[in-house]
Write a protein that binds this ligand. Structure first.
Ligand code: FRU
Length: 473
């Protein structure tokens, strides 16, 4: 592995060469997960947007495919979505994969293309564009089938609001409503919407979730994913808690999150672009830029009367684990060091642990390497926050916005579970089975292979601790 490849993740998707941003048009059909993505085939910075394409049977090992949709006279190809038109409502053919994207030039309009060979090749619809507007920021169509009203729905990001359209045939669209004023965070432009109905765990109930990516205006600067929980009747989305802003992930590198269309078993599998517009063009990787997050199954949980999204790493990730190295339960009253996490640490591993607090105010640890580079992770049980500090994580020099401490609110129970998925240049933390997640990039000059636990204000036990090497076939 040459030095320039040292940060390339193993179980996260990256383009072989060139620039990637948003995941686009994710759709499942006949055993294959399709991933399209914002792609510059000519260089590793943003520009010349195409839809790149990759396929997978298991969401963790990906095969590169030829570019799916390339620029034309209407413009470059911005973000969007795909559906499987099972009943041939559009007349392209039963089972056609129909793609919706924004054609971007000095204006933004919505276009359509379809595939009659299971996503291998796309033909553009002859009467594009299918939707135009006088608004400048008018993009990222997400199309879904709304069972109750028997119609297709398109949700579009327009400036700082979402517009909802309906259609019987995927070609003719009627505006139904707008959503956004007075709702959630408005520190930047709203982008890449999604609208899904999710089950509330432990109940028979479901609620609708509107995913709304925004840039800038994220909780730690730059781009981030917010969402709203409420009802949707086929025309109008109503947010049940307008006064609250809800973030899907509490790190700096989780953006443009959308879900797979037509996923099996009623699953709602989300994928995010694992970077931030503040520095995505400057991260120290060559000759590609950006990977995606791990796939996450979304569901809902309720805490103190409020409903939130839970992000569980998709179960397919479990099969990457080797047999694992376990430690017996141990107590931390001042500090406790583990000098070697793995004998063959290649920077692609997972740590799963359970903390049982006695009376500590801070439960924390540093993950570090022999170069003095470290990531500090801690629970502050007084402020009820979980934190990840990457200010000394390795190369942080390429952007003033990169060094950061990110924080997530926690309930602060006596027993807390934490799962860390590490893949060369990223750390994804999942707390309490995904009740919170935090995704951050890091660029260490060698893998972190040591851990040093500490306690402040009291002590705690680590009742389970397992490290797994993660390997794809
Ligand atoms: C979000 C975004 C989208 C747009 C695409 C262009 O990251 O700005 O709104 O379609 O990237 O590449």
């Amino acid at each position: 592995v040459s030095n320039r490849e040292m940060f390339r993740p193993v179980y996260h998707f990256t383009p072989a060469y060139g620039w990637m941003n948003d995941p686009n048009g994710m759709v499942y059909k006949d055993g294959i997960y399709h991933l399209f993505y914002q792609y510059n085939p000519y260089g590793s910075m943003w520009g010349n947007m195409h839809w790149g394409h990759a396929t997978s049977r298991d969401l963790v090992s990906w095969e590169h495919q030829p570019v799916a949709i390339a620029p034309d006279a209407l413009g470059t190809i911005f973000s969007g979505s795909c559906v499987v038109d099972k009943d041939n409502t559009a007349g392209f053919g039963a089972g056609a994969i129909v793609a919706f994207y924004t054609s971007a030039s000095d204006r933004q309009v919505q276009s359509m293309a379809y595939s009659l060979d299971n996503g291998k090749t796309f033909r553009k619809y002859a009467r594009n564009p299918i939707l135009t507007s006088t608004q400048r920021d008018f993009r990222d169509p997400k199309v879904l089938w709304h069972e109750a009203s028997g119609r297709w729905i398109m949700i579009l990001a327009v400036g700082q609001e979402m517009q909802i359209y309906s259609s019987p045939n995927l070609k003719d669209w009627t505006m139904e409503s707008k959503f956004g004023e007075g709702q959630g965070a408005h520190g930047g432009v709203w982008e890449c919407p999604d609208l899904i109905e999710l089950p509330i765990e432990g109940t028979e109930l479901k609620k609708w979730v509107l995913i709304c990516n925004l840039n800038p205006g994220g909780p730690f600067g730059g781009s981030a994913t917010q969402y709203f929980v409420g009802t949707f009747d086929g025309k109008k989305f109503v947010n049940e808690s307008p006064a609250l802003t809800k973030w899907m992930d509490w790190g700096k590198d989780h953006y443009a999150t959308v879900t797979w269309s037509n996923a099996p078993e009623g699953r709602h599998i989300a994928l995010a672009w694992m970077s931030n517009w503040q520095y995505a063009n400057n991260v120290p990787t060559q000759q590609y830029r950006s990977g995606n997050s791990v796939p996450r199954d979304l569901s809902l949980y309720t805490s103190k009367g409020e409903t939130y999204v839970k992000c569980t790493p998709s179960r397919e990730l479990l099969k990457l684990r080797d047999k694992g190295t376990k430690k017996r339960s141990f107590k931390v009253d001042r500090s406790y060091n583990l000098d070697r996490l793995l004998s063959d640490n290649t920077g692609t591993y997972e740590i799963e642990m359970t903390f049982k607090n006695k009376n500590a105010e801070i439960i924390g640890f540093q993950l570090f390497n022999s170069k003095g580079e470290e990531v500090e992770i801690y629970y502050n049980l007084v402020d009820k926050q979980f934190a990840m500090d990457r200010t000394k994580s390795g190369d942080v020099s390429f952007s003033k916005d990169f060094p950061a401490v990110t924080l997530a609110p926690i309930e602060g129970k006596d027993e807390m579970k934490l799962r860390l998925l590490i893949d060369k240049s990223s750390i994804e933390a999942f707390g309490d089975d995904g009740r919170f997640s935090m995704t951050n990039l890091v660029f260490p000059s060698e893998p972190y292979n040591r851990i040093s636990f500490y306690a402040k204000g009291g002590s705690y036990n680590i009742t389970s601790f397992t490290v797994y090497n993660l390997k794809t076939n």
